[in-house]
Ligand binder design. Structure first.
Ligand code: DX5
Ligand code: ZN
Length: 218
């Protein structure tokens, strides 16, 4: 069954704990945490302190998406704070292979992310190093943007490579995922759907998650 990872970027930060509990009870699989530094992306959001604060609130894995420059400097702090998965942008890593190994050395599952304009071939050499690959279906920085359809060919390619090379990474998509776009993601091969506004802008989070699963059809 398709996994759903609500992005807390669209949650009400004044009652973040409650929001997280609500999506956990509504059937979420991961809690997606968007970390932005105002350099790699034009927005500033969450740091390790917030990850540490939400860790005891939920039993779900914390899927920490680092949209920051020089992620190596902050990986130990996010691991210590309780991240379960840490994804780093290929575009932000000079020594990507080393960074992925650094994440694993802290007992955290490593993942890699690519922006819409980055060809999927850029991460082919490190496929065996990751537990998760995140395909951005919008340009990172903000919630509520429109899905970029051209990115779906990368999902297909990753699913093909996974089979061909007998690998086991999960394929996750992030950005503009809603009832209209969930289907194309999963038919292309996505296993995990990140959704911010489609879940938190919906009054009934359970219904929102069920609707995404229904449209995902797998
Ligand atoms: C965008 C973030 C996303 C964002 C998704 O930079 O990485 O996780 O919260 O929001 P929606 O689902 O509203 O596009
Ligand atoms: Zn994200």
């Amino acid at each position: 069954m398709t996994k759903i990872a609500p992005s807390i970027l669209s949650a009400d930060f004044a009652k973040l704990g409650q929001e997280i509990k609500e999506v956990e009870e509504a059937g979420a699989d991961y809690i997606h945490v968007d970390v932005m530094d105002g350099h790699f992306v034009p927005n500033i959001t969450i740091g390790p302190l917030v990850v540490e604060a939400i860790r005891p609130i939920t039993d779900l894995p914390l899927d920490v998406h680092l949209m920051i420059e020089n992620p190596d400097a902050y990986i130990p702090a996010f691991a210590e704070a309780g991240a379960s998965i840490i994804t780093v942008h290929q575009e932000a890593c000079v020594h990507l292979h080393r960074t992925l190994q650094l994440i694993r050395s802290h007992g955290v599952k490593p993942g890699v992310v690519i922006n819409p304009a980055t060809p999927v071939e850029m991460i082919k050499p490190i496929l065996a190093e990751v537990d998760l690959i995140l395909i951005m279906t919008v340009n990172p920085g903000f919630g509520g943007q429109s899905f970029i359809q051209e990115t779906t060919s990368k999902i297909k390619q990753l699913a093909d490579w996974r089979e061909k090379y007998k690998l086991s990474y999960e394929i996750e998509v992030d950005g503009g995922v809603n009832e209209k776009t969930a289907g194309i993601c999963t038919t292309s091969g996505a296993d995990v759907l990140v959704a911010g506004s489609a879940i938190f802008n919906h009054e009934n989070r359970k219904q929102a998650i069920e609707l995404l699963r229904e449209k995902a059809k797998v």
